[in-house]
Design a protein around this ligand. Structure first.
Ligand code: NAD
Ligand code: UDP
Length: 311
């Protein structure tokens, strides 16, 4: 049994992680400023005496006694991280320094939730961890992409300089229940549009690709990475099944039996044209690979939005 801090624990991925870690018998501190997360996501955990909620912004230091830190706090969708780009950078830089300072002080192992965005608009496909990426340093996505790249640099430097025990995971597009309905990400957008019989907004021609990982698979990967001693990362976690955005739109329409039409809107700046994880390292070192197919994951996500989020 460990004492585990989950920053961003009231968010989409964080809430699933808290739930799973509690089930495994650990004491959990969920730390969040509720910028994109919500109490609703963790309401069902509140009665558990091993679950503690701390409202805190990680750009301010905090001292807590813990054994492990899953560092997830950061807005993740383009709409949210571009809302206040300076804050996004502060969260990634000052927030990560604060969490690394904490890890150093209490000798906790810390895992950073980094992102496939560190590969930018990749020229290597699929993307292995050894690829350094193709990132615009001055564009609208840069606050997030470069923020996460600096966060990775900080992790490595605290490791080299201060022997902090680190793990770095690069997460590829993950979806599932509890995605925020207003975060503008493609899976939640398409499902909500389809359920409301509104137009499905495909940005550009829809030929750009993404590889979608269901949240339960990701959680298994995060926990496996945290609890092994062979590898500090960076390590890709994602589902290599790759789809065009147009294919996703058609699938959602079919699965919801929706009367929605597909409409095309302008492609956002620096939107990556393709993205697919090379997960050789995770397969070999963690014996991990995703098991949930897109159809199955979409079915569960559609049910979630049908039950709770169509109003
Ligand atoms: P999310 O927006 O649902 O969760 C982020 C959480 O962090 C929210 O609860 C938010 O309130 C909290 N937060 C933001 N800034 C904070 C701050 N300054 N102090 C304290 N809390 C703060 O997003 P998510 O999809 O659950 O993503 C979680 C992590 O995984 C993020 O770091 C994200 O970059 C990373 N990630 C996610 C994906 C994905 O596809 N979902 C892909 C790559 C990386
Ligand atoms: N996208 C889209 N329509 C939407 C939302 C997103 O066509 O309503 C596209 C977006 O341009 C991108 C892909 O879907 O090519 C994935 O977008 P998302 O914001 O989910 O994540 P990203 O991988 O770009 O960070």
């Amino acid at each position: 049994m460990k004492r585990i801090l989950v920053t961003g624990g009231a968010g989409f991925i964080g809430s699933h992680l808290c739930e799973r870690l509690l089930t495994d018998g650990h004491d959990i501190i969920c730390l969040d400023n509720f910028f994109t997360g919500s109490k609703q996501n963790i309401l069902h955990l509140m009665d558990d005496h091993r679950f503690e909620l701390v409202r805190h912004d990680i750009i301010q230091p905090v001292l807590l006694e813990v054994d492990q830190i899953y560092h997830l706090a950061c807005p993740a969708s383009p709409v949210h991280y571009q809302y206040n780009p300076v804050k996004t950078i502060k969260t990634n830089v000052m927030g990560t320094i604060n969490m690394l300072g904490l890890a150093k002080r209490v000798r906790a192992r810390i895992l950073l939730a980094s992102t496939s965005e560190v590969y930018g608009d990749p020229h290597v496909h699929p993307q292995p961890e050894s690829y350094w990426g193709n990132v615009n340093p001055i564009g609208k996505r840069s606050c997030y992409d470069e923020g996460k790249r600096v966060a990775e640099t900080l992790m490595m430097d605290y490791h080299r300089q201060n022997k902090v025990d680190i793990r770095i995971v690069r997460i590829f597009n993950t979806y599932g229940p509890r995605m925020a309905r207003n975060d503008g990400r493609v899976v939640s957008n398409f499902i909500l549009q389809a359920l409301k019989s509104k137009d499905i907004t495909v940005f550009g021609e829809g030929n750009q690709t993404r590889s979608f990982c269901f949240v339960s698979d990701l959680i298994e990967g995060l926990i496996a990475m945290m609890n092994q001693d062979q590898l500090i990362g960076p390590l890709n976690l994602g589902n290599p099944d790759e789809f065009t955005i147009l294919e996703l739109a058609r699938k959602v329409i079919e699965m919801t039996s929706s009367s929605s039409r597909i409409v095309h809107q302008p492609l956002p700046e620096d939107d990556p044209t393709q993205r697919q994880p090379d997960i050789t390292l995770a397969k070999k070192n963690l014996k991990w690979s995703p098991g949930v197919k897109l159809d199955q994951g979409l079915r569960e996500t559609i049910s979630y939005f049908k039950e709770s989020h169509t109003s």
